[in-house]
Design a protein around this ligand. Structure first.
Ligand SMILES: [Zn+2]
Length: 466
């Protein structure tokens, strides 16, 4: 009898230890939710609708830099696609965007033992033109903005500043290298002009040694002259650096052309599936519709746009009525102004909209790995419990920090919790902002895994709240 009682007590303790232990390490998953999420992945991989959309966008619309005809065609394209899908509400949100166009003249060369050596150059997005004959001057090679300050006006004045800081190959995350070298493109012209340079060039923000230059956003300051600013291919940068070691007096000629126009009227494109329980609560999912004027903007960020439309489409295909309103937003002008993202948050404020979460996909169409998250600790702990719904070969983490440029203003004005899709980005900076970013580089299955991962995250937020 005594023994039996002891056994019973022990069993009870073990039972509770088991239950408690389980709830600590493995949250209980709902079979219904698992089935819905598995079906998102299955449908995405089988029907490949995002892939079809991306092919259409890249091949029939193509380049779509803000203010261009391509951008306006992309606005009409996304509106038509979402209308044809029968989303509840499809509309345009007006936004004035900067308008810059590249010209035909892009050349860079020097003479070595009276032999002309050509370098690959591509104007940074927003550069002014040189005169037709270009700018010819001696070169000062630097690897930071501080280098320019240290060398001072005496050395820099009248010269061409050459920023030559490469990616750090030791980093697993090449985005960190991009972050550390981005100053050359974004701020290089301002600093060089402050110290009297007549032009500036920089090593492309690239993870590989090829000679395809990468463009991207740059700035000028009212305080200093605007000077031509261009990206050199990585091999061209190495070539120029070697020449400067042999002959520090080497002069290069830079020819660039680009023209600014008055701001143009453009639009964010919005498609909604109205919530069945809390229609006023909004979950935004977006990518940016504009691209650079080289390549087709397939990875950057056509992929993000079709991820967003495709995610809502997956809800439609399973006939899921979300509790909250789901909004696919094609943001305009992420690349050179962020006007679309700023306007979206401003309108949300004006209309007193309730944004419960926002998700951005602007990291390419490669295999999804996780989501970066900016919200509070409690929310982060809660979403960690959702990882069990994902196949580990797709989403395996929710990491602290992250979101996206376009949803940043929403996060800053409302404290909206924001997510950014993270992918296997090893190849991204081989073609980011170059002529190589075309549809042919897209793998249908990888792209579709992204769409399904985003649809799954939206479903979890909509069903279980943050
Ligand atoms: Zn982008």
């Amino acid at each position: 009898m005594k023994n039996n009682k002891l056994k019973l007590t022990l069993n009870i303790i073990l039972f509770f230890a088991f239950v408690f232990g389980c709830s600590q390490t493995k949250p209980i998953l709902s079979t219904e939710t698992s089935n819905i999420i598995n079906t998102f992945y299955g449908d995405a991989l089988e029907y490949k609708e995002s892939y079809g959309l991306l092919k259409d966008l890249t091949k029939n619309v193509g380049q779509r830099l803000s203010g261009s005809l391509g951008a306006e065609n992309a606005v009409l394209w996304s509106k038509t696609i979402m209308e044809n899908y029968g989303f509840d509400n499809v509309y345009l949100q007006e936004v004035m965007v900067p308008h810059w166009e590249r010209g035909d003249l892009e050349e860079c060369f020097f003479y070595s033992n009276s032999k002309r050596v050509d370098l690959k150059i591509l104007g940074a997005g927003g550069t002014i033109s040189t005169a037709k004959e270009g700018v010819t001057a001696e070169v000062v090679e630097v690897s930071s903005l501080e280098d320019v300050e240290k060398l001072g006006k005496k050395t820099i004045s009248g010269k061409i500043v050459f920023y030559n800081k490469g990616f750090n190959p030791r980093y697993i995350n090449q985005g960190a290298s991009y972050g550390q070298t981005g100053f050359q493109r974004r701020l290089g012209a301002i600093k060089a002009a402050e110290y009297g340079a007549v032009a500036s060039v920089f090593r492309s923000l690239s993870s590989i040694e090829d000679d395809v230059p990468h463009t991207g956003g740059m700035s000028y300051s009212n305080k200093f002259d605007s000077i031509p600013h261009g990206a050199l291919g990585v091999l061209s940068s190495i070539k120029l650096s070697e020449e400067l070691k042999k002959n520090p007096k080497t002069k290069i000629t830079v020819k660039l052309s680009g023209k600014w126009f008055p701001d143009a009227l453009s639009h964010n494109v919005i498609g909604e599936i109205i919530g069945s329980v809390n229609p006023k609560n909004i979950i935004t999912v977006g990518g940016h519709l504009d691209s650079w004027d080289v390549g087709e903007g397939a990875h950057d960020d056509g992929a993000g746009c079709v991820h967003a439309i495709g995610a809502l489409r997956l809800f439609q295909q399973q006939k899921i009525k979300p509790k909250n309103t789901l909004r696919a937003v094609m943001f305009m002008n992420e690349e050179n102004g962020l006007r679309g993202g700023v306007e979206y948050a401003a309108v949300a404020k004006k209309l007193n909209e309730i944004h419960i979460a926002a998700i951005e996909s602007d990291a390419s169409a490669y295999v999804p790995r996780g989501f970066g998250f900016s919200g509070n600790e409690k929310q982060l702990n809660k979403i960690q419990g959702w990882l069990g719904y994902f196949n580990k070969n797709t989403i395996s983490y929710f990491s602290k920090g992250g979101g996206g440029a376009d949803i940043g203003p929403l996060h800053r004005s409302f404290g909206t919790p924001v997510f950014g899709l993270s992918v296997d980005g090893q190849k991204y900076f081989e073609m980011h902002h170059t002529q190589k970013d075309v549809f042919e580089l897209i793998n249908a299955r990888e792209l579709e895994l992204g769409t399904a991962s985003i649809a799954s995250l939206i479903y979890l937020i909509d069903t279980y709240d943050l």
